[in-house]
Design a protein around this ligand. Structure first.
Ligand code: ZN
Length: 309
């Protein structure tokens, strides 16, 4: 059993609203013409990352989590909710806009979704077109009754809080906050490892099969927080009970304390240096540093996101 930083091979999703940025920008080896998402650090049955380097090359992240357990995560997998790898990291190429949605909190999902977890997430804007916006909550003063009426008549757009975005912005999207990624945005998304989504509006679009996608208006109205805080995060860090993510504009060397750490490189390149060696990375690479590796440092000229739990 060896302990070293794991570089991950993602899984790709070809949803209709994607395009070619992940291939163009990051040289991702996607099999699809149109790629919407790469699940970069994923231990989810709907898409499982595999290891790209070293002794564990070719194994799934789930295999390695089971083998290394607390040496990877810093505490036993059995101590996590549902004994599940806690987080999921995706790159999302939103060429077209995504549906308006909300996620439940853990307690609501547990009761209403067969014991599932809720979903709190965050976004880092890797890049955005000049006029790009996203939906971040409802407009201040919007009441549940009025919003329900607007949803049922298929015209809620006037009540949505559209905010402009630019490269480098970070948004905290707690469970209960209505949200949607707008068109022309490339995002890194870090979230609880759950797939519980309530869609409230899809711009009345039809899918490849000619059908409207199902909406979940009643459950969404149960969980939307109409008083949620809708502000762009101003500092370089987002901390909540599920994750602690920091953006770094690295130019040189930075030391990190030991502990399970996910490292996402969105621009530039560098290397993770540790007691027994080093691992090179380039833009678009996602890595996991095992807790048992000890202190490490990152050297290079790069935009990075580091996430601990
Ligand atoms: Zn979401």
């Amino acid at each position: 059993m060896s302990i070293y930083p794991l570089k991950l091979e993602p899984v790709f999703k070809d949803y209709l609203w994607g395009n070619g940025l992940l291939k163009e920008l990051y040289n991702k080896k996607t099999p699809y013409e149109v790629t919407a998402e790469s699940w970069e650090v994923s231990c989810h049955p709907n898409g499982m990352s595999t290891i790209a380097n070293g002794e564990y090359k070719g194994k799934t992240l789930a295999d390695v989590v089971n083998e290394l357990d607390a040496d990877l995560l810093g505490r036993p997998l059995a101590s996590f909710d549902k004994e599940r790898f806690p987080l999921l990291v995706k790159f999302i190429d939103a060429y077209d806009r995504l549906s308006i949605q909300v996620h439940p909190k853990d307690d609501y999902a547990k009761v209403n979704e067969n014991g599932e977890l809720g979903k709190t997430e965050m976004w880092y804007i890797i890049d955005a077109k000049p006029d790009a916006t996203l939906v971040f909550g409802v407009k201040p003063g919007t009441k549940k009754e009025n919003f329900a009426t607007a949803l049922r008549s298929g015209a809620p757009e006037d009540m949505l809080n559209f905010v402009p975005v630019k490269k480098g912005d970070m948004f905290f999207v707690p469970a209960g906050l209505l949200h949607a990624i707008g068109a022309g945005i490339l995002i890194a998304e870090i979230q609880q490892n759950s797939d519980t989504t309530y869609r409230v509006y899809d711009y009345n679009r039809r899918g490849a099969d000619g059908q409207l996608r199902p909406l979940h208006i009643d459950k969404a109205l149960d969980v939307i927080d109409f008083d949620a805080n809708c502000e762009v995060t101003k500092d370089d860090n987002i901390t909540c009970e599920y994750f602690n993510t920091t953006k770094h504009n690295l130019d040189g060397t930075k030391d990190f304390d030991k502990g399970f750490t996910m490292v996402i490189c969105t621009e530039g390149n560098g290397k993770i240096k540790y007691a027994d060696g080093e691992l090179d990375f380039i833009a678009g690479d996602s890595m996991v540093v095992p807790a048992a590796l000890g202190n490490f440092s990152i050297e290079g000229k790069a935009q990075l996101l580091t996430t601990t739990i």
